[in-house]
Design a protein around this ligand. Structure first.
Ligand SMILES: Nc1nc2c(c(=O)[nH]1)N[C@H]1C(S)=C(S)[C@@H](COP(=O)(O)O)O[C@H]1N2
Ligand SMILES: [Mo]
Length: 431
């Protein structure tokens, strides 16, 4: 069966963005009509806000996201409807744990029927490859054979912040909200792998899920990624069946998913059916080419990077968000403004959090909490006052356990727009 490229309303909005300012309203109308019917849309809000520059533009000019509602979701911004991709407006990430209703969704294919029906009939997980004994486990066996764990873990899409790159990279134009920290219940992947008897030849852990390819072909794998055997054996790498105390929602991988905190969330396979321990780095769909890979040295933005210069993304960089107040807040001169948010890092704790209210000239420390468990995000809080009326920005900067800081501007360009951990800034109107 012919492979079809992903398409959804993000393609439509990109086309609209490309046409904006050309003044050719007739061709624009025609294109909209053609694209609209091609993807089966009639009256969907087009999220063109994602295409405005975010890097060096005053945050007061940031556009308003348009919310959408779908099964069990609240207040998310839809970037694509086929496959479903939706991010969380950053002010809705203010809670210590991200609720199921607010957690972002990143699908590469279609949610499997089993997940939509919450049906575990005939489901099992196979563990095979470089192991002494292959396992085939039901959900009941998985729950009863290994110690159960409950951990708050950050999942962040490697493309979170993609909208900030110029020239722009294809794919979902995530701004800040392709990240969440939910409470997962499951078992350590390590306990299952030890039970199977990992051989010394094991190098990589690959996953296969049962989501359906957009082409509808049941034999085409949507995505099959994984992690090094070292990361697979990490204490915080889980096989989870519950998210915030409820069975995994359909969109998030029912009945079982990997949760590999710290690494691109694309490593956290959903709707799992098979874990394959390999004797080499995995080469499944979305492991090769420019997918989840970046140049091993900085490149001129927009250039083509030879395949051999691309390396797989492992730990995600240090990052933080301001979850309260929302950008554009009005505030009284001289009075303390309470700010808070979260900070996280892909390979260890965040150790410092600083704020600037004068466009980066001076910085003051914020209070930074310890993580609830390793790889949970860390709450930060601060109170800032403003000396005069006027238009201010607050910038937030996290520093990790190896003294690495978030950059002020968009970091190294890469073909697919990954790893943008530039500081988050909000506008404050002081009167
Ligand atoms: N089987 C499967 N697993 C998957 C995906 C997918 O499309 N299919 N998407 C991956 C990507 S790219 C991300 S960012 C996370 C998103 O998880 P979430 O939708 O629960 O937020 O799931 C990952 N696991
Ligand atoms: Mo992702």
């Amino acid at each position: 069966m012919a492979r079809r490229r992903e398409r959804g309303i993000h393609n439509l909005s990109r086309a609209v963005a490309a046409l904006r300012g050309t003044g050719v309203s007739e061709s624009r109308r025609r294109l909209l009509k053609v694209l609209g019917s091609a993807i089966g849309l009639s009256s969907v809000a087009i999220p063109t806000w994602g295409h405005r520059p975010t890097g060096l533009v005053s945050t007061a000019l940031a556009a308003q996201p348009r919310p959408f509602t779908t099964d069990g979701k609240e207040g998310l911004t839809l970037l694509s409807d086929r496959p479903v991709n939706a991010e969380t407006p950053v002010a809705l990430l203010d809670d210590a744990l991200t609720s199921n209703a607010r957690h972002f969704i990143r699908n590469n294919g279609l949610v499997p029927e089993r997940a939509r029906n919450q049906d575990t009939q005939g489901w099992s997980l196979v563990v095979d490859g470089e192991v002494e004994r292959s396992l085939e486990l039901t959900l009941g066996q998985l729950k009863s054979r290994y110690p159960n764990r409950r951990e708050a873990l950050v999942l962040e899409c490697a493309g979170n912040g993609r909208a900030g790159f110029h020239p722009s990279a294809s794919g979902n134009q995530w701004t800040l909200g392709a990240v969440g920290c939910a409470l997962y219940t499951g078992v350590r992947l390590k306990d299952v792998l030890v039970d199977a008897g990992v051989k010394s030849s094991a190098v990589y852990l690959a996953y296969y899920g049962e989501d359906l390819h957009l082409s509808g072909d049941p034999d085409t794998v949507v995505i099959s990624r994984g992690v090094s055997i070292e990361k697979a054996l990490d204490q915080q790498t889980l096989l989870a069946w519950e998210m915030n105390g409820e069975p995994l929602p359909a969109q998030h991988g029912f009945p079982l998913r990997l949760v590999v905190p710290g690494w691109p969330a694309s490593a956290s396979g959903k709707w799992l059916r098979r874990l394959w321990v390999r004797d080499r780095v995995h080469d499944g769909p979305k492991m090769t080419g420019a997918s989840y890979r970046v140049p091993k040295h900085p490149v001129l933005p927009g250039t083509e990077v030879p395949e051999g210069d691309m390396v797989i993304i492992e730990a995600m960089p240090v990052k933080s968000v301001i979850t309260h107040p929302a950008s554009g807040v009005s505030h009284t001169v001289g009075a303390p403004l309470v700010l808070r948010g979260h900070a996280w890092c892909g390979d260890g704790p965040v150790e410092g959090m600083h704020l600037s209210r004068d466009f980066g000239a001076t910085w003051t420390p914020a209070l930074l909490a310890e993580p609830r468990n390793p790889f949970a995000w860390q709450r930060w809080e601060a109170s800032v006052s403003f000396p005069t009326p006027g238009h201010y920005e607050v910038w937030a900067r996290a520093t990790d356990h190896r003294s690495r800081m978030q950059p002020m501007v968009v970091p190294g360009w890469n073909p697919r727009g990954y790893l943008n951990n530039a500081m988050h800034r909000i506008a404050v109107n002081v009167t």
